[in-house]
Design a protein around this ligand. Structure first.
Ligand SMILES: NC(=O)c1ccc[n+]([C@@H]2O[C@H](COP(=O)([O-])OP(=O)(O)OC[C@H]3O[C@@H](n4cnc5c(N)ncnc54)[C@H](OP(=O)(O)O)[C@@H]3O)[C@@H](O)[C@H]2O)c1
Length: 279
């Protein structure tokens, strides 16, 4: 059970803090069982004040104190932090990386020992506990390791278990997805302003519309096409707007965007494998 496990979090930035917040507020864990480290003492101080978690002197002490270690630092410093903590990593621990674009093969080549590795691709909505995360097991991860990892990421949203070869597609879709939606909301707000609304009202109405549409999809579990049919009346406004979106190629553009982001993730991953093995 997750509540009994000692969890370590290296890096308490956006994602590290989101995870601490989710774990503590969902009561999936207790603050005394969460140990953190960061290069920034000011951040650690405020994290301790807000959540009551344990602060370690350094990254190595986080690993020593924990049964599950989450590496929540930037991909560029992942290799050096793995090396720094390598001596205390062994098969008794679950090791989770959320570093975007860092394949398990890169981590394996850097550490060069059999470990229970798990790779996770979360997204920024984890910070409001509505994240979408994909979890991929490494070759030595156990079934229970996946269950515990899923419990961690379910405390900040929802998660799915996938094979690692789909991680680039996940990065292109839900990892990068919030950026696409922000652009869409911003564009809808511009449209509202063009049609005479105040910026404030336009932005509020477009954001709330995206939130409401997503909630409707999740709660009814209806196919989006079916919901679209429900809100388009003959000769009405919605079908007229949809026709314009289709003429502008919105659907194709979104497919192209996810495809391009997936390919970019693949390229970055290949570069990471080269960099990590040369480290
Ligand atoms: N944010 C997202 O939406 C998102 C989505 C998917 C995946 N991810 C992945 O999640 C990971 C964390 O991202 P993030 O957005 O949370 O990054 P972040 O906000 O920069 O957090 C990383 C934290 O680690 C600290 N740090 C730097 N060097 C360190 C060291 N040597 N030892 C310990 N801590 C150190 C950073 O301090 P400084 O600020 O001083 O460098 C920062 O506080 C990344 O690998 C990213 O790819 C993020």
């Amino acid at each position: 059970m997750l509540k009994d496990k000692r969890i370590g979090i290296i890096g308490t930035g956006n994602m590290g803090e989101a995870l601490i917040n989710g774990l503590v507020h969902s009561r999936s864990s207790i603050p005394e069982n969460i140990t953190c480290s960061d290069i920034r003492n000011d951040r650690l101080k405020s994290i301790k004040e807000v959540y009551g978690v344990v602060i370690a002197k350094n990254n190595l002490d986080v690993v020593k104190a924990s049964e599950i270690v989450i590496y929540a630092i930037k991909p560029q410093i992942m290799a050096s932090i793995l090396k720094e903590t390598a001596d205390c990593l062994d098969k008794s621990k679950i090791i989770i990386s959320i570093a975007a674009g860092v394949p398990l093969a890169a981590i394996e080549s850097c550490l060069n020992k059999d470990l229970r590795l798990i790779r996770v691709m979360p997204n920024i909505a984890a910070s409001v506990r509505e994240g979408a995360a994909a979890i991929a097991p490494g070759k030595h991860a156990l079934k229970d390791d996946l269950k515990l990892t899923q419990a961690i990421f379910d405390s900040v949203g929802e998660s799915v278990i996938i094979e690692e070869n789909l991680m680039d597609a996940i990065t292109g879709l839900s990892g990068s997805g919030p950026a696409y939606i922000f652009l869409i909301v911003d564009a809808l707000a511009d449209a509202g302003v063009k049609m005479g609304l105040s910026r404030e009202d336009a932005l509020f109405l477009s954001s709330q519309t995206v939130l409401g549409a997503a909630k409707l999809l999740m709660e009814t579990k209806e196919h989006p096409g079916k919901l679209k049919d429900k809100v388009t009346s003959p000769g009405g406004t919605a079908i007229t707007g949809l026709h314009t979106l289709e003429k502008g190629g919105l659907r194709t553009t979104l497919i192209n965007a996810v495809e391009a982001a997936t390919n970019r993730s693949k390229e970055l991953g290949e570069m990471m494998i080269k960099n990590f093995s040369g480290n």
